[in-house]
Design a protein around this ligand. Structure first.
Ligand SMILES: *Cc1c(COP(=O)(O)O)cnc(C)c1O
Length: 349
């Protein structure tokens, strides 16, 4: 595939302190941009990372046609670079796009574009466990027109941000009794930018109470546990692993489905079913609730230390051999090419 490439004159990599990265603040030298107009995706471009100008009437600003993905590139000790299940990100991006009436990105633009970009910005992918290059593919409606209908022009863009391990620190959560992130028939399963905007306010209220995240419950009854902030959620009750099934309110996380697979292959009892708040509270009271953790590309696995639901507060036990740390280690070993990948999840660039 042809990609118009314009390289930067002077890399800014020497100005970056790779030991003190704030997540998502620093970007590599280049970005991939592909325009959709006249009903087709045009030739993609790789060019220096720089501001882009838009009409103030660009539809993304008014009606929120914006979807994104989050993925990571890893470098092993031999300087080989890998992506983790990129085909899943590709399919999900287009599933999200379809829900927001946006055109699907062709597979070769996504895959070849990513590969070329990673080759050019290869020096930004640092070796060592925890280091990665976070990739942010996204599609936005760029056509200038404030009629409330789908745009006819879009940009598919990929930007890259060097990352260290993310989400350090203790996480305590409030189980939501009022706010929801998604409703039946809505856009919860899409990685739509607006889903995040809608979470910020309730999450800021949780911060004021000293909690870092919200566990989202179903919008109808607030009785079923669905997602943890911007991550999928798992519960360990006894030695059983429980997570909510995918539906149109829950994002089909790639980390989630990888954990389910790894757990099953390690003979752990996995139940994919609705999980009620009362069940988890009862398990907590009975001393059966051993772990709660969130899963997602950025943090991989994020253990939850405690939760609150109206007047009920609970602190999770500190475990020696947690599922969270075992799954995280197994996943990282696959991602960093430190173990066999029997699943074919690792894709060499
Ligand atoms: C991205 C995301 C996840 C995690 O998905 P991964 O593919 O594992 O990164 C979970 N929940 C929500 C709401 C998300 O946006």
């Amino acid at each position: 595939m042809n990609i118009n490439t314009q390289l930067i004159e002077q890399s800014k990599i020497d100005t970056v302190d790779f030991n003190n990265l704030n997540f998502g603040r620093v970007f590599t030298d280049h970005m991939l941009v592909c325009d959709f107009k006249d009903g087709v995706w045009q030739t993609p471009t790789i060019s220096p990372y720089a501001p882009i100008s838009f009409e103030p009437s660009a539809r993304v600003f008014h009606y929120g046609q914006a979807v994104f993905e989050g993925m990571k590139a890893f470098k092993d000790d031999n300087d080989d670079v890998f992506l983790f299940r990129p085909d899943e990100n590709f399919e999900r991006l287009n599933k999200s796009a379809e829900r927001l009436a946006m055109p699907p990105v062709p597979e070769n633009v996504f895959m070849e574009g990513l590969k070329q970009l990673l080759k050019i910005d290869n020096d930004w992918i640092k070796k060592g466990l925890g280091n990665s290059l976070y990739l942010r593919p996204f599609i936005i409606a760029t056509e200038g027109a404030i009629a409330a209908s789908p745009a006819e022009e879009y940009k598919f863009i990929v930007i890259c941000s060097p990352a260290q391990s993310y989400y350090a620190g203790d996480v305590r959560v409030i189980i939501s009794e009022k706010y929801s992130r998604a409703a039946d028939g809505g856009v919860g399963y899409a990685k739509a930018a607006g889903n995040y905007a809608a979470q910020f306010y309730p999450t800021s209220l949780a911060h004021k109470e000293g909690y870092q995240q919200i566990i989202w419950t179903d919008a109808n009854t607030h009785e079923y546990l669905e997602e943890a902030g911007t991550m999928n959620i798992f519960f360990r009750v006894g030695d059983k692993l429980i997570t909510a099934p995918n539906n149109d309110r829950i994002l089909d996380g790639i980390t989630r489905k990888s954990i389910i697979q790894i757990a099953k292959d390690n003979n752990i009892d996995v139940e994919v079913r609705r999980v009620s708040v009362s069940e988890i509270k009862e398990a907590a009271k009975a001393g059966e609730l051993k772990e709660i953790f969130g899963s997602g590309t950025a943090a991989v696995i994020n253990p939850i230390k405690g939760f609150k639901h109206n007047d009920f507060k609970f602190e999770l036990p500190v475990l020696e051999n947690s599922y969270a740390s075992s799954f995280k280690e197994k996943l990282l070993n696959i991602q960093y090419n430190k173990s066999e990948d029997n699943y074919g999840w690792r894709v060499k660039i």
